[in-house]
Design a protein around this ligand. Structure first.
Ligand SMILES: Nc1nc2c(ncn2[C@@H]2O[C@H](COP(=O)(O)OP(=O)(O)OP(=O)(O)O)[C@@H](O)[C@H]2O)c(=O)[nH]1
Ligand SMILES: [K+]
Ligand SMILES: [Mg+2]
Length: 368
């Protein structure tokens, strides 16, 4: 019996051989669907299997957010960790110096951000080369992927890494596709397009769903630009993770100014030299920004706000989220909140649970 890895290879080969045109579009879509399913199977930790499953490293999450350092060997991941945290992770000029996940804590703006230094990965990581799969599983648990790249190496490294992460269902700097799918017990398949689709049609969707053996469902495609890949992502949504990514080019001490300028202009990108201590602090600031965290300060009635300790919440948090992160039953006795700061129309503004807070607001919860 052929194993999953071989089946994946067969499908990938067939996709490469198949010319892309209107006539082969349906077949290619079907192959993509099969491939997505096999890859998910490959990552499923097999019962009783010792290694090679989908499990990451045994490091528990701590702090307000987790950032994973992902990159090829010797790009400077450990050097960077040692620079921005108190943790010392061994750095050396040979590949695979780091063999396991090393956590460090970055303190920034009152937040504690866990930084995970990881072993370098190589092409084929998603299929289990090296510690690839473990590294990728660790990346999947992070709130931000910091892709560390060597500015002196060829440009393809970035696309290669992205392909490895993509293969295991990590979608970088992307929103989930705007497609609604509800699986039902009966009633057949109902497919609706809100606007005429540019890259999809009913037959393409139907083919994939039949292959997945999902024949009763309701589908509403809201985005005219949605592709069959987007649709498969929606079907496989339990295996997809949408994570923000910051691309960091290290070792800029070894490149020309023109090239540096070009790299620095790319989206979601920062440049640094750990060796010369150039740009490192800027990268830390970008990490904070990309994590989209906010600092709030709480205030008790009749007292001054406590600015010594910030409360860290995600962006797009409401007073309800604030209550939940203080105590899980606080909501039950909630009467109203007083807010000072950018989110308040006048200070203090008296607000309810639905009020959206802003960075550095002062919040006072009044209970019944
Ligand atoms: N020129 C230059 N060298 C650097 C810079 N940062 C790190 N290095 C060197 O690059 C080499 C690899 O650094 P590491 O921190 O071990 O790289 P890594 O990505 O953790 O490597 P692995 O753990 O093996 O995957 C070391 O010799 C570092 O001294 C930099 O900004 N410029
Ligand atoms: K190294
Ligand atoms: Mg290392």
């Amino acid at each position: 019996m052929v194993n999953i890895t071989e089946k994946i290879k067969e499908i990938e080969d067939e996709m490469r051989r198949t010319q892309k045109n209107k006539a082969t579009e349906y077949h290619l879509g079907l192959l993509k669907g099969k491939l997505a399913r096999l890859r998910a199977q490959l990552l499923e930790p097999a019962a009783g299997a010792g290694s090679g499953g989908g499990a990451g490293f045994d490091v528990s999450k701590s702090g307000d957010a987790r950032v994973a350092l992902v990159g090829f060997p010797s790009v400077g991941k450990s050097t960077f960790l040692s620079k921005i945290t108190k943790t010392k992770s061994e750095a050396a000029a040979y590949s695979f110096t780091t063999l396991t996940a090393i956590p460090g804590v970055l303190e920034y703006g009152g937040a504690e951000i866990q930084i995970l230094d990881l072993p370098g990965i190589i092409e084929g990581a998603s299929e289990g080369k090296g510690r690839g799969r473990q590294v990728i599983s660790a990346a999947k648990t992070s709130d931000l992927v910091l892709m560390v790249l060597d500015a002196t190496k060829r440009a393809e490294q970035r696309a290669l890494l992205e392909a490895e992460l993509d293969a295991v269902g990590i979608r970088l700097n992307k929103e989930p596709p705007n497609i609604y799918l509800k699986i039902k017990n009966a009633g057949g398949m109902k497919i609706t397009f809100q606007t005429p689709p540019k890259y999809l049609d009913e037959k393409m969707i139907y083919n994939v769903m039949r292959d997945y053996k999902i024949l009763n469902c309701e589908i509403l495609v809201r985005d005219e630009n949605a592709t069959i890949d987007d649709f498969i992502d929606v079907v496989m949504k339990d295996h997809r993770k949408y994570i923000r990514c910051l691309y960091v080019y290290n070792k800029i001490d070894g490149i020309s100014l023109e090239f540096l300028d070009q790299l620095a202009r790319e989206p979601y990108t920062a440049v640094m030299s750990c060796e010369l201590d150039l740009g490192v602090q800027e990268v830390v600031e970008r990490i904070w920004k990309e994590l989209r965290l906010m600092r709030l300060y709480t205030k008790r009635k009749g007292e001054d706000p406590d600015f010594s300790e910030a409360m860290i919440v995600r962006r797009d948090s409401s007073i309800e989220d604030v209550c939940d992160s203080i105590h899980r039953t606080l909501k039950e006795t909630f009467k109203y909140a007083l807010v000072w700061g950018a989110s308040a129309r006048h200070v203090p503004q008296r607000v309810g649970l639905g009020h959206m807070v802003a960075d550095e607001d002062v919040v006072s919860i009044v209970a019944k």
